[in-house]
Ligand binder design. Sequence first.
Ligand code: NAD
Length: 359
Amino acid sequence: MSANNAFHIAVLGGDGIGPEVMAPALEILRKIETKAGLSFRFTEAPAGAGHYRETGKSMPDSTIKLCEEADAILLGACGLPSVRYPDNTEIAPQIELRFHFDLYAGVRPARLIPGVPSPIVGADQRGIDLVVIRESTEGLFASMGKGVVTESEARETMVITRRTSQRLFDFSFRLAERRKARGRAGSLACVDKANVFKAFAFFREIFDETAKRYPGVKADRLYVDACSAFLVKRPWDFDVLVTENMFGDILSDLTAGLVGGLGMAPSADIGDRHAMFQPCHGTAPDIMGQGKANPTAMILSTAMMLDWLADKHGVESAAEAAERIELAVDKIYADGIKPTEFGGSNGTADIAKAVLAAL
Ligand SMILES: NC(=O)c1ccc[n+]([C@@H]2O[C@H](COP(=O)([O-])OP(=O)(O)OC[C@H]3O[C@@H](n4cnc5c(N)ncnc54)[C@H](O)[C@@H]3O)[C@@H](O)[C@H]2O)c1
């Protein structure tokens, strides 16, 4: 537990560009702490493919213990395609931590920051400001490590539970209510495949029951295939979307693409007690070690962490610090910074320096 405005943060840099985007994010938190009257204690811990290569484990027990004790977890990204378990799957402590701490609500905002180019025609005029909520502890991922493979076939089983779906929908409706209070549409779309699968019909039924308790939020239902087309054709019509783990994994990368790329998309994995904050992207082995990684998603994830800490501990200055970071990020894009991610010449160091100066 934190004392007053002091927070202990578990820092898991991970692999590839994970540590490269984590370093500037911590620098920004260091700068903001004095200004906001907050105090952070960062404890770094190993996790990921590098650690597996050295020890045969995705992360040590001490990392899990640290995450248990800390007020929040910051994660860069983990995994490398070249490092695999004997069954040919990858090292993914970020997914194990979601299961371990029951972080069922994966919150993935996609906001088009003015000045950032979107591939969608008209987006600069109409704007994009939506949130995908990806259930993060079950769905098809419940099968992780448990799939059955024989010589002739492979099977993975999806799991949808009433308990998790109920908490997920309550979380999503409450978020839509809060966004409505701040001037957004106040709508929530359940994205599923209820026309084909019983598990999704069950998911939608629980959504419908929950919707009755939130009359102020417009509840929509969409099939994931049609939803994908709508997201590309008119993303400005969406407010909050809630979906199963695998669908959310895919749709949130799509929505990141709508707002400039994976380096622009932050995320939070939230449970009833713990929360982990990390960019939507992975370890980007194609650009690691080159100073090209866009740290914006990681920086915006720290703002999400501050917001969550503010809410959980009733520390208003942490919410103000979150807003300060978001405004600084908006300012650097309005001023014309252009990451290499979308064709510009600004690398990690330029972007970090600009945000620090704008704080
Ligand atoms: N949360 C996580 O830790 C996480 C999430 C996804 C993938 N992964 C792992 O990451 C590895 C690479 O996966 P992938 O290539 O499918 O996805 P990725 O997100 O790492 O990269 C996809 C593409 O986006 C680019 N990109 C991603 N983040 C960027 C940033 N901040 N700035 C500029 N460009 C960026 C990459 O260069 C690449 O071309 C795999 O080992 C995968 O398992 C980890």
